[in-house]
Each structure stands twice: as C-alpha cells, then as structure tokens.
Design a protein around this ligand. Sequence first.
Ligand SMILES: CC(C)(COP(=O)(O)OP(=O)(O)OC[C@H]1O[C@@H](n2cnc3c(N)ncnc32)[C@H](O)[C@@H]1OP(=O)(O)O)[C@@H](O)C(=O)NCCC(=O)NCCS
Length: 309
Amino acid sequence: MRLEETRSRLAAWLDSAPASAARRLIESGTSSPEWLASRLTTVTEDPESSAGIVPAIEEARRRAGGAPEDGSIERWLLVHQAAQLLDTPGFARLGGACCRLTCGELASLLEDDDATRRMLAVSGIRFREFAKMATGRRFSAGLFHWDICGVSRTWLARVPPRDLLGFTHAVARMGGIKPVMFPHINPRRASPHLTEPAISASLAAMAETLDRWAELRGFAAASWLRSPDTHRVSPHLAAVNAPIVAGGGFVTTVGPAAPDCGVLERSTTRTQSYRSGSFTPTIGLVLWPRRDMLRWWRSHPELMPAEAA
Ligand SMILES: CC(C)(COP(=O)(O)OP(=O)(O)OC[C@H]1O[C@@H](n2cnc3c(N)ncnc32)[C@H](O)[C@@H]1OP(=O)(O)O)[C@@H](O)C(=O)NCCC(=O)NCCS
C-alpha cells in the first residue's frame, strides 16, 4: 500500500467515532493516551517488555466500568504511533518495497474483524510485534520481517574452529558487527511454507532498503531454521539460505538449539530423527556482508522494483 494512502487512512480512522471512543476509554485510566502510546517505544518481542503497558490498559478498562477486551484501546495506541511514524526520517529510509509492505501491515490495524481484534490483545506477541512496527523498529519485507541488531559476541565463542577464519573474514567484510538487518518470519505471511519465489523477493526487498541505508553493514540471521544440520534432515529448508550462499554469504553453526525452540513443532521428520538420535538441532548463523548482498540484488534485475532496476 502506498504511503499517502496509508497516511490518509490512519488519519481518517483517528478522526472517527470508534477512535474517539477508544481515546475516552484510555482517559478513564490514570495515563494520558499520548503518554501511554509513547510507552510502545519500549515494547519488544519479550513479554516482560509490555509489563508496564498491560496494567495501564487493564486499569482503564476497569475504571470505564469493565469495558470489553475488544482491542480498541490497543488499536488506538498502535494507530496513533503509526500515523506519526510515517513522516519520520527513519521511515523515509525504507526502499519502495519495504515501505509499501510495512504500510500494508500498518493499515491492516484498521481491519475490524474478530481475528484482528484477537491479534491486538495487549498481552499477545502480535501486539508486541506491531508495537515495534508502529514505532519504526520492525519492518516488513513480505515473507520476512526484519529489525536492526548486531552480531552477538557470544556467537564468536561458539563458532566451530573450522569456520573461525570464514567468520572473521565475513565480519571484516561487514566492517563491524552492527548495525545489521535481522530477519524474522512474518507470522501473517501468505503461505505457511517458506518457499521461492517469496524467499528471494523478501531478500530483495531488504537489499533495496540496505542500498538506501548506508549505516547498515549487511544481514545477519541466527536460528535453527538457518542451520546446515536442519537442512540435512529437511532439505527443502535449505532454500532459506540458498540465495545468500549463492550471493557470497557465510553460514556456520553456533551451538545447540533447544528442542523446544520450534524446530520440532511442524515436522514429523525432524521429530522422529531427533527421537532416534540422528538429528541434534543446532543454531545456524548466517552473515551476509552489505556489498555481497547488494551485488546479489543488482545481479537479479528480475527481483528489482521497476524504479530501482
Ligand atoms: C519455520 C517454519 C515456518 C517452516 O515451515 P515450512 O516451510 O513448512 O517447513 P517445515 O520443514 O517446518 O515443514 C513442515 C512440514 O511441511 C512439509 N512441507 C514443507 N514445505 C511444503 C510445501 N511447500 N508443500 C507441502 N508440504 C510442505 C515438510 O516436508 C514438513 O513435513 P515433515 O513432517 O515431513 O517434515 C515452520 O517449521 C514453523 O512454523 N515452525 C515453528 C515455529 C518456529 O520455530 N519459528 C521460528 C523459526 S526461526
């Protein structure tokens, strides 16, 4: 969705009767709506991070005579912050694809169906992800969302000796360990499976933003999903690293992955292999230095938006 359309849709909703009603609900509590919305900047994927905002919303509902948990307060807070975000210099640094995709997700906050209302519950992970997005700390690239972080120093200690040289070389090519783009699976992606062409399209959307955002040193990912050990058992998942490997990226492992981290959740093959002892989940680490990622992107004009090609 285009930036201008998103801006006008969010603004129109903030002027609407449901938005005014939600605002009045927040005013029933002890926190002002604007102050409470500003607290979204401290919310992360970690449940503890919303420990301050959850009681404030519950208190407002209680003081309003037991207002229903219908997501209306959460929606107002997120839309209020998102409307401000669209005009910030940080948002202007997004490439066209990430801008359109992130705008689409922010505009989806206005959808008034049961699924959206449930998703907005302040105690849930979707609310926390949206809090990051509405405050310019998480962006959409389609199949993957991404945020900005650094390569953890603790990973260095866990790189197998055979890969230390490659790791050091990749970090040197990045010119430092932060800031880098870090991907997350988009929980509301179109297909449940991680397949092409959505993988490359998503990486291309990130590369387009990387090109405009000079401080970013590249891309780093760490997950069971990225591990060559996982790909030996589930070869189809090697597709998530394939464009990166082909584009000069570096892949290693950084120690065991906890069996309850999600690796066994969807796959009978991985579960059976784990139980039989033939699969030990590990965390895969991927580093893709900026210039390699951009070279890959430029060598795939079919993945470039028309205006960038
Ligand atoms: C990460 C995740 C989205 C990948 O999903 P995926 O692309 O479908 O790949 P999976 O290997 O998990 O697929 C699960 C099953 O669907 C099958 N499958 C995968 N792609 C398929 C496709 N395109 N069509 C049909 N079946 C497919 C797989 O073969 C696998 O079957 P199995 O029981 O024989 O192993 C999924 O595993 C998941 O949601 N995991 C739990 C959450 C999690 O850990 N997320 C964090 C990751 S960083």
